[in-house]
Design a protein around this ligand. Structure first.
Ligand code: FES
Length: 142
């Protein structure tokens, strides 16, 4: 019997808002919805709290992809934190592109507390996309 090549399991860092996506992720876990075990959840009080430096630190710390999740527009518990997150995301996405980092490695999603299934789908889709890209290497480095 031939040994199968081990499939690359991307490390995805997910910044999740305490009030929505964290609860959705928990619900997905309670429902035993299967999603990639290589996702690391980092709970923040609001998506607007996620400084671009946190995203860069995640990549430099070994993440192959970074997912940023918050409350749907107009549902942010701090009024406009998710709009701030969206503005930062748009700018950071452009900057990452200039650095040669593929767009599929950084993603923003609005996922409410009741959307455990959406959380599962987003994680699975992102994991597949990043898996196809392979391990993260800045400028083709080691
Ligand atoms: S409280 Fe969830 S995005 Fe602001």
């Amino acid at each position: 019997m031939m040994a199968q090549a081990k499939q690359f399991e991307p490390r995805i860092v997910a910044f999740v808002c305490n009030w929505c996506t964290y609860i959705a992720a928990d619900a997905a876990g309670v429902a035993r919805a299967r999603y990639s075990p290589s996702v690391r959840l980092l709970r923040t009080m609001c998506s607007g709290r996620v400084d671009p430096q946190f995203v860069l630190a995640a990549f430099s710390g070994g993440a192959d992809g970074v997912l940023l999740c918050g409350c749907h527009p107009r549902d942010c518990h701090y009024s406009s934190g998710n709009y701030k997150a969206l503005r930062r995301y748009t700018l950071l996405k452009k900057m990452l592109s200039q650095l040669g980092i593929e767009g599929d490695r950084f993603r923003l999603e609005w996922i409410s507390a009741s959307e455990g299934e959406k959380f599962r789908r987003v994680v699975e889709d992102m994991t597949d996309r990043v898996r196809r890209l392979g391990p993260f290497k800045l400028n083709g480095g080691p």
